[in-house]
Design a protein around this ligand. Sequence first.
Ligand code: ZN
Length: 205
Amino acid sequence: MSALAEASYLPEGLTQPAPMRDGMDAPYWESTRAHELRVQRCANCGTHQWGPDWVCHACQSLNVEWVTVEPTARIYSWQRVHHPVHPALADHGPYIVVLVELPHADNLRMLGNLLGDPMQDIVIGSDVEAVFEDHDNGNPPYTLVHWQTTRESTTSGKSPAPGQAAEPPPLSDLPPVGPTLVERGDAEYYRSAAQRQRERARGKD
Ligand SMILES: [Zn+2]
């Protein structure tokens, strides 16, 4: 279900990622070297979480372990990056950053790059699979996790029809937020929301 990258997606010259000094995320980096995807799961309540922490965000247990999960996900959000955020990216781009979620691991979300044509149409909810990109010459050697859309999701008709815009609308096309709130008399709404909150607080006593 996973694949190996044939070449580096981003150009040379970027700083390499390193495990946290306290070793917190070392199991993740070790797993990517083995071309597996490992995340945390609470041994107490079973909730998956990402990024790594010493404590379970759901039940505050300190009994958090690492588990290998299926390296597949679906696109939750994305952005086509044109602006070079690092000198090494000056003549590179655009490229695509995706926020993916893992439905088989409590929908936890991870950031990564989406491989393929940087101008490809992207559909929220598309299935993606992890692609492991080895950097054997790193110090220490490391492996990055990228994502690519799976064959099924590109042939199942989820892609937009030709000519149909997949880009989010430009900001200028969006309705102004402030005036809309005022027009709808939301001061009234917020007053009643505050009232409900007070009632709830009283009910808990
Ligand atoms: Zn827990």
